[in-house]
Design a protein around this ligand. Structure first.
Ligand SMILES: Cc1cc2nc3c(=O)[nH]c(=O)nc-3n(C[C@H](O)[C@H](O)[C@H](O)COP(=O)(O)OP(=O)(O)OC[C@H]3O[C@@H](n4cnc5c(N)ncnc54)[C@H](O)[C@@H]3O)c2cc1C
Length: 318
């Protein structure tokens, strides 16, 4: 049996920040992650400049700095350029970026265990007292922070899905966009020439009804994706991607010569922040409690802020 002051489940941006803050305050902190880091996560990888100002993110983690958003809207699909104020927006690959935040938590003193898949919580007299991994290990803690993303097992097993969804006659999927994305490999020179310091948004019923598609150029890859509520789609999500990549009036030309090296699907909580986001012995930060901008789908900034503030909000006395 292993006992901690704070146990954080999930080493995404929310979890690493919560673990860092708890460890900095002197708490005996354990950060648990089911994957082995660095791990790929489907994401545009657009990061708010607040994060770059707050932390010293190594230069090699920052793939690109965006100074403009370019939108392509039907019916004429002319690229409209919107310059961004100040430092702009930053492009990262999530494997390196998330790993960098986890290293910050470890440097602050958090114990990190990877390849630990949490499948249940320990409930005693109405309090969450710990978590259980799929290989039967039990980790006990005074406070459990669920940062295990959109499909949070900590939230589900500690009864929050009943409050957030079932009791309102809704279900988990009603709150999610389903996203599909591809990574397209291109040479650096072509990416520089075609995209300069822009990232791109695409709207239209054929691309993503009720939402949008995106393209974030990185150094040697381009991340292309789209997402929306499944109820708004009248064909399979990958059929929208097929249209986007091959028949859209603009995108195929921009990707000419590129090679798709990865395809993934992922859920994005989009409707609103779930309330309450805490209970007896447990609280949530990031996607686990829907902390994503319902307009843009941006979630990294909110996950980082929520992770940092979970510790202050919890007033654990550390
Ligand atoms: C297609 C797509 C594109 C996006 N693009 C952007 C963008 O450009 N900019 C932006 O700001 N946001 C974007 N987002 C949103 C952003 O990815 C999330 O809001 C952000 O990752 C939330 O961070 P988090 O730490 O809460 O969760 P996550 O980053 O999802 O991290 C959760 C972690 O928990 C681990 N985990 C899950 N279950 C368990 C378990 N049972 N046991 C142990 N560990 C577990 C996972 O492996 C993962 O490492 C995008 C999302 C999607 C789906």
């Amino acid at each position: 049996m292993q006992k901690y002051d704070v146990i954080v489940v999930g080493a995404g941006p929310a979890g690493s920040m919560a673990a860092m803050k708890a460890a900095q305050g002197g708490a005996k902190t354990l950060l648990l992650e089911r994957a082995e880091l660095p791990r790929y996560k489907l994401c545009g990888g657009g990061v708010a400049n607040w994060i770059m100002r707050k932390f010293e993110i190594p230069k090699d983690v920052i793939e690109r700095v965006y100074k403009n958003i370019v939108t392509y809207i039907p019916p004429n699909y002319e690229g409209q350029v919107f310059p961004m104020p100040g430092l702009g927006y930053f492009g990262v690959c999530r494997d390196k970026f998330d790993h960098c935040l986890t290293k910050m938590a470890i440097e602050a003193g958090a114990e990190f265990k990877e390849r630990i898949n949490i499948r249940d919580v320990v409930m005693e007299e109405g309090y969450v007292k710990g978590v259980v991994s799929s290989d039967g290990q039990v980790f006990r803690g005074d406070v459990i922070i669920g940062c295990d993303g959109a499909h949070s097992i900590v939230a589900k097993k500690s009864g929050f899905w009943k409050v957030w969804f079932d009791q309102k006659g809704e279900n988990w999927r009603d709150h999610m966009w389903f996203c599909v994305g591809v990574e397209v490999k291109m040479d650096k020179k072509t990416i520089d020439e075609r995209f300069e310091d822009n990232y791109l948004f695409f709207t239209g019923r054929e691309v993503a009804p009720l939402a949008y598609g995106w393209l974030f150029p990185k150094r040697e890859t381009v991340s292309v994706g789209l997402g929306s509520f499944l109820f708004s789609m009248n064909k399979k999500p990958w059929s929208y991607m097929d249209y986007f990549l091959n028949k859209h009036p603009v995108l195929p030309k921009l990707l000419k010569g590129g090679e798709i090296v990865l395809r993934r699907g992922a859920w994005l909580p989009i409707r609103h922040c779930q309330r309450p986001s805490y209970g007896n012995g447990v609280l949530f930060a990031g996607d686990s409690a829907g902390m994503v901008s319902p307009i843009s789908g941006e979630g990294i900034y909110y996950a980082v802020r929520a992770g940092l503030e979970a510790i202050m909000f919890g007033r654990f006395g550390y």
